[in-house]
Design a protein around this ligand. Structure first.
Ligand SMILES: Nc1ncnc2c1ncn2[C@@H]1O[C@H](COP(=O)(O)OP(=O)(O)OP(=O)(O)O)[C@@H](O)[C@H]1O
Length: 338
């Protein structure tokens, strides 16, 4: 579909969802508040002619300007300009077509569930490489609503996506402070000292056992390493997309970790077997036999179940802490004290 066709066939609301920069464009022309359930050409009939005249444009010229604007912005997006990710269906392992289109916006959390070997990691892999029908699933990933050509994929390499996985080991022999400072400097943070402290405190809040700024990163436990990388990704990485492959056994407060990332305006996609994580997402992708079988939105009923499961989860955590401290467990006692 060309840009003129797209602008003609979508309402302003749909366009703003696909390309949030549309809103900036309309604001710049003093055209906020147009009826957004209409396509722009119809909405412009309701626009105040004086407002349009202020900029010396006719409605036809406004449409032309928007076409040019979208074309130029979408041709050269920097990571800061990336607002949406769209998954276009391919096929499952038997070749059956996936009839889906899912757009994910900044700040959204999407969980990916399905049996072992069903294709959850494959979907994360498709997003990581911005698949264009060239992976076993045949899926296509759009960035800001547009297909990514090789030039874009090359330009974005290593910047579009931050990956967090179960096995993260450090190989450099630096202290936590040195490691974070190096990252803060290389990412040109305005106040490196403050960001280092923010990451360090946040990571310590997420990890069970505390560590110090002068602890060597190679001495951190698996859970502490993941906590440090989650804080680092949240506060220092410019990547708008975070892909998480199963952090359930990470020994960290995983729900808080995921919400921390989404709160920093990231799009978070996580493959998980953990019911609490799966249910706490805004949307849930169900994978079966290599294909996306359903996309579910959270409901009030599910949120009620989530509250119960979180309560059970807290009880499990409390028992875990007590076992780690070498205590004996008596029936029900931990529950009352929570
Ligand atoms: N649509 C597809 N077409 C062809 N192969 C696929 C498709 N989806 C997944 N696969 C392949 O199936 C295998 C298992 O997929 P994957 O590792 O993603 O499963 P998973 O759900 O992450 O499993 P686990 O829960 O055990 O981590 C991989 O080799 C993957 O490339």
């Amino acid at each position: 579909m060309t840009y003129p066709e797209l602008i003609h066939s979508h309402t302003i609301r749909q366009l703003e969802q696909l390309y949030p920069v549309t809103r900036d464009f309309l604001l710049n022309l003093n055209l906020e508040g147009l009826p957004d359930h209409l396509p722009l050409h119809q909405a412009l009939e309701h626009a105040n002619a004086e407002r349009l005249a202020e900029f010396g444009y006719t409605p036809v010229e406004v449409l032309g300007q928007l076409e040019e604007f979208l074309e130029s912005v979408l041709a050269n997006p920097s990571v800061e300009d990336i607002h949406t990710l769209t998954i276009l269906g391919g096929q499952d392992k038997t070749g059956r077509a996936e009839d889906i289109q899912l757009t994910i916006c900044k700040g959204e959390i999407v969980s990916i569930v399905g049996p072992t070997g069903s294709g959850k990691s494959r979907l994360l892999g498709d997003i990581e490489c911005v698949a264009q029908g060239d992976t076993p699933t045949g899926r296509r990933i759009l960035v800001n609503g547009a297909a990514a050509d090789d030039e874009f994929r090359f330009a974005m390499e290593g910047r579009l996506v931050a990956q967090l996985s179960q096995n993260m080991n450090f190989v450099v022999d630096l202290s936590v402070a040195e490691f974070l400072t190096m990252h803060a400097r290389s990412r040109l943070c305005v106040d490196p000292e403050a960001v280092v402290w923010q990451c360090f405190s946040c990571a310590n809040g997420l990890a069970g056992e505390k560590f110090n700024l002068d602890t060597k990163v190679t001495q951190l436990s698996g859970g502490q390493s993941r906590a440090l990388m989650i804080a680092d990704t949240a506060y220092m990485s410019a990547s708008p997309i975070v892909l998480i492959d199963e952090i359930e056994n990470a020994g960290i407060d995983r729900r808080e970790a995921v919400h921390l990332l989404a709160g920093q305006d990231k799009m978070v996609l996580m493959s998980t077997h953990d019911p609490v994580l799966a249910l706490s997402a805004d949307k849930r992708i169900v994978i079966r036999n290599g294909g996306i079988a359903a996309i579910l939105e959270g409901s009030d009923e599910e949120r009620e179940s989530l509250a119960l499961l979180e309560d059970l989860d807290r009880q499990m955590m409390e028992v875990r802490h007590r076992l780690r401290r070498g205590e004996r467990i008596k029936p029900g006692v931990w529950k009352e004290e929570l």
